[in-house]
Write a new protein. Structure first.
Length: 584
């Protein structure tokens, strides 16, 4: 049930407000910008209505609110008056939390410059709407430093991006274009569809876009020429930056901690209209901040977002590693733990994975051990459900579990061939299916690491099943990487070379009966070769951690892996010819 009320503001303007949600919950005010109305938040409100008392309203010039004619009625001072009138009328004596977007966010920043603001606002989450004072100060400071070319160029780029204000300020012609649907086309370019079925627009969207265009004429010049140098904010502020916003760039908030005493910042792979494309991100972000300010422990993501808080590279990060009972998996878990991560370690070997968790705990880290058969798709899905329910969605997922197998295709029993593919390929697919969807739905990015091998691009007829499984992982990862990129989820394919682990000892060797006696000798020779190589799993772990930091797509590990990768790209026939020689 939505309660509609009208609030009187300055200049005789009446503001239409809409109240819903939990009457006795914390009050959350939602403010919108151009060319939207309160309908912009239609995708966000259902995600918050069971926790907050929600108030949203139509800006002056929009929806059911008054449409003043003078341009001077659309300055940020007047929009701040409207915000003040709404919270004074609907939440007297009780500070409100605020989530603002675009010019609605700018208006709240303007209100926060007033002495009484800290008594009436408990927190502010700003989305693609900076303080004009802070933003202009950032630009002007750097334009005055041409001797620092990178800073100067960035400031120049920001100023150029704001030049769209000029055509938007043209009277008559631009409003006519908006009435003809131009604003709809602008939104469609940036955010074609909402995650929940939008875009969300009021019934008179085109007329609203035309009427409220005066906001550009009223603020364009003043926002640049009149910059307050004392706009300090004591209210807790959370800034959410859209990486693909064409105008409001994240790096322009680089000085925000100068102005805000308690600041959190989240960078999201999104366009400008995040309330449409990422409603779940905004709802979760606001909820985490409000609950923390009310006394709850800070969520892992909120801790990562806190500006100025010292943390290690993967501090406040949850990392899942399969096959963590030994070898590469164990060393990878230890490496992430050294960099501050909390670990979910799993393996089919219960004793081995518990030992890994114990080693992490002994070094002051946090690890949770699980027994898991990655080849069992249903078991992996149950594992993901349990992990996400108890610990949250992992930020980094390392699909490492695998087995070795040696033997020609014609010598390998069908059940052994299937076993290798079920574990080496199926385990990776199952892990990605279980966690990639959750990472995408969460909307805040993440990273997946799939451990392949240099065998993926170096065919050996004596390792048919193994090479095939790792090549499939390689191609699967290439395909999935392209799919996940739009959601801001990275994917790295790790291709180790000859690594000294226990994989040779556990590798199954299949050969015809007349060669069976040679198997023990061959296994011993292989183990000796790997040991003499002295290239341990810790090297692979270092490569994995580094690749996640840099969002590397494909990472060979060990000199021979790099060499063969280059040969496979330039002279693939050489490797095909080599595959014919040797073997059991």
């Amino acid at each position: 049930m939505v309660a509609v009320r009208y609030v009187d503001s300055s200049e005789g303007v009446r503001i239409a407000t809409y109240e819903e949600g939990v009457p006795d919950g914390p009050t959350l005010v939602l403010t919108h910008g151009w060319p939207d109305s309160h309908a912009l938040w239609d995708g966000v409100v259902p995600l918050l209505a069971d926790r907050f008392r929600i108030i949203r309203y139509d800006n002056r010039g929009v929806g059911a609110s008054t449409v003043p004619k003078p341009v001077r009625s659309y300055t940020m001072e007047r929009f701040a008056d409207d915000f003040a009138a709404v919270i004074t009328e609907l939440s007297p004596g009780v500070p409100v939390h605020v989530l603002g977007h675009d010019w609605g966010s700018v208006a709240v920043w303007e209100y926060l410059s007033r002495p009484e603001a800290s008594d009436h606002v408990a927190s502010f989450t700003a989305v693609s709407g900076p303080s004009t004072d802070h933003y202009a100060a950032f630009i002007r400071t750097r334009l005055a430093q041409p001797y620092r070319p990178i800073r100067f160029a960035r400031a120049l780029a920001l100023a150029a991006r704001m030049s769209y204000w000029i055509p938007f300020s043209v009277p008559v012609l631009m409003p006519a274009a908006m009435r003809a649907g131009f604003a709809r086309r602008i939104q469609a370019i940036d955010t074609p569809h909402s995650a929940n079925g939008g875009p969300y627009r009021g019934e008179n969207f085109d007329a609203d876009a035309a009427n409220s265009l005066k906001i550009y004429r009223a603020n364009a010049i003043g926002s640049i020429t009149r910059v307050r140098r004392d706009h300090y904010v004591s209210v807790p502020v959370q800034v959410i930056c859209a990486d693909r916003d064409p105008v409001v760039r994240g790096y322009a908030f680089g000085d925000e901690s100068r102005w805000v005493s308690r600041l959190w910042r989240r960078d999201i792979n999104s366009g400008h209209w995040m309330p449409m494309s990422h409603p779940q991100v905004l709802a979760q972000s606001v909820t985490e901040l409000v609950e923390h300010l009310e006394g709850a422990p800070a969520a892992r993501a909120l801790l990562r977002a806190q500006v100025g808080r010292p943390r290690e590279s993967f501090g406040d990060t949850l990392v899942s590693v399969t096959g963590a009972g030994s070898g590469i998996g164990r060393e990878t878990a230890l490496a992430f733990a050294r960099e501050g991560a909390e670990l979910i370690v799993s393996d089919i070997d219960e004793a081995g994975v518990k030992e890994t968790a114990a080693q992490i705990a002994a070094r002051g880290g946090i690890a949770h051990a699980y027994t898991l058969d990655v080849a069992d798709a249903e078991a992996v899905e149950r594992f993901a459900d349990e992990i996400c329910a108890e610990h949250g969605v992992p930020d980094v997922v390392v699909n490492n579990a695998g087995v070795g197998q040696a033997g020609r295709f014609l010598d390998t029993p069908p059940e052994q061939w299937d076993r290798v593919l079920d574990i080496n390929l199926g385990g990776v697919v199952n892990g990605c299916r279980a966690f990639a969807r959750r990472l995408v739905e969460r909307g805040t990015g993440g990273h997946i690491v799939n451990v392949s091998s240099m065998a993926a691009y170096a065919p050996l007829h004596s390792m048919n099943a193994y090479c095939t499984s790792k090549a499939a992982v390689y191609m699967f990862s290439d395909c999935l990487r392209a799919e996940l990129d739009a959601a801001g989820v990275g994917l790295t394919t790790i291709c180790p070379g000859v690594i000294d682990t226990n994989i040779v000892h556990t590798t199954r060797f299949d050969a015809p009966p007349e060669k069976a006696k040679k198997l023990a000798t061959r296994r011993a020779q292989a183990e000796k070769l790997f040991a003499l190589r002295r290239y341990g799993p810790d090297k692979v772990a270092e490569a994995i951690v580094s690749s996640v930091k840099r969002n590397t797509a494909i990472r060979p590990v060990a000199p021979e892996a790099h060499v063969l990768y280059g040969v496979s790209r330039v002279l693939p026939q050489v490797l095909r010819s080599t595959a014919r020689g040797g073997g059991l």
